[in-house]
Design a protein around this ligand. Structure first.
Ligand code: ADE
Ligand code: ZN
Length: 334
């Protein structure tokens, strides 16, 4: 079996996926038409041509623009349904999906619109092929602490369906510490915690996410490699990093895939996982990320299995379920 076939056949978990970043140009254009929303693109080709980024912010500007087409319950159903169908195709048996409430509430679209749409799609995928899903509610860090607190309050009726909180959007200038009190409150409510840190931001932001936000995982974290003491801490605690290879190339965190440090992080004993981040903007879903690594990095079969097993270890699944999937990862014959 080639490494390509093995990538397809391994059961996988995805732990870093923004549902708004899975909005494909086709659905964006269809919903723009449905709701009469003006977009600065006339054709699918123009949308795709616009997806050239030189920084996280240059991507976020288009990501928030695209999200404007999401308006009613069925739009959110379709968005979630399309992503879950990709999970089935890529053999992603478990996924922990981030959503950004403020991207919608700031436009007057409330939890009572997007949550029923998301949950209807998740239930359908669960019923049709046993898809396993958790939800992570992410706060936009360029907005205020007050806005994050308001979001947490609005989420209270939905907390039975939300497993964790996250922190995303513009990293530089918005350190984790800004959200210390919101994360403390989320912890009191029984929510797990993750945060983007060390994507564009410095290693200090990873320290803060660990020590001030008490996170259970770090999203990205690739810049941790600049700080030996931090690397030792991450290895010692087996703190997971949800690394997103194609995203890091598209956003110029590394010049090209041959320069990516994911295998170095893995070799230094960190609990590294592979994820798609915003697949419709960055050139592919989860298997595409592994395929790009296989093409441009000296990825061995053992490293591939380790990365995939890590995706279950680092997940928020119960221990017995994690072990069942890890056994399945090592049982796939070559
Ligand atoms: N929101 C969506 N994708 C993101 C990323 N890669 N970093 C920060 N915020 C995001
Ligand atoms: Zn992300």
């Amino acid at each position: 079996m080639t490494i390509k076939t093995l990538i397809a056949q391994l059961p996988k978990a995805e732990l870093h996926l923004h549902i708004e970043g899975s909005l494909e140009p086709e659905l964006m254009m269809a919903l723009a038409k449905k709701h009469n929303v003006a977009l600065p693109y006339q054709t699918l080709e123009e949308v795709k041509a616009a997806y050239q980024f030189d920084s996280l912010q240059s991507f976020l500007d288009l990501y928030y623009l695209g999200a404007n087409v999401l308006q009613d319950e069925d739009d959110f159903f379709q968005l979630m349904w399309a992503y879950l169908c990709h999970c089935r195709e890529d053999n992603v048996v478990h996924t922990e999906i981030m959503f950004d409430p403020q991207t919608h509430t700031d436009r007057g679209i409330g939890f009572d619109v997007f949550m029923p749409g998301f949950l209807r799609a998740i239930e359908k995928a669960r019923a049709e092929w046993g898809q396993s899903c958790l939800l992570i509610m992410s706060f936009l860090r360029h907005l205020s602490e007050q806005s994050a607190f308001e979001t947490l309050a609005s989420a209270e009726p939905w907390l039975a369906h939300i497993d964790a909180v996250g922190l995303d959007s513009s990293e530089l200038g918005n350190p984790p510490e800004k959200f210390a009190r919101v994360f403390a409150k989320a912890g009191e409510l029984g929510l797990l915690r993750v945060a983007h840190a060390g994507e564009e931001g410095p290693p200090e932001y990873v320290w803060e996410a660990l020590d001030v936000l008490n996170v259970d995982r770090i999203d990205h974290g690739v810049r941790s490699i600049e700080d030996d003491a931090l690397m030792a801490r991450l290895a010692e605690e087996q703190m997971a990093l949800t690394v997103c290879p194609l995203s890091n190339i598209k956003l110029c965190v590394f010049d090209d895939m041959t320069q990516h440090n994911i295998l170095a992080l893995l070799d230094k004993g960190l609990l590294v996982t592979v994820n798609a981040d915003d697949p419709s903007y960055f050139g592919g879903y989860l298997n595409q990320n592994f395929l790009a690594m296989a093409e441009h990095l000296p990825l061995t079969e053992a490293q591939l299995r380790r990365l995939v097993a890590n995706s279950f270890t680092a997940s928020f699944l119960p221990d017995e379920t994690k072990q069942k999937w890890i056994d399945a990862v090592y049982a796939v014959a070559v």
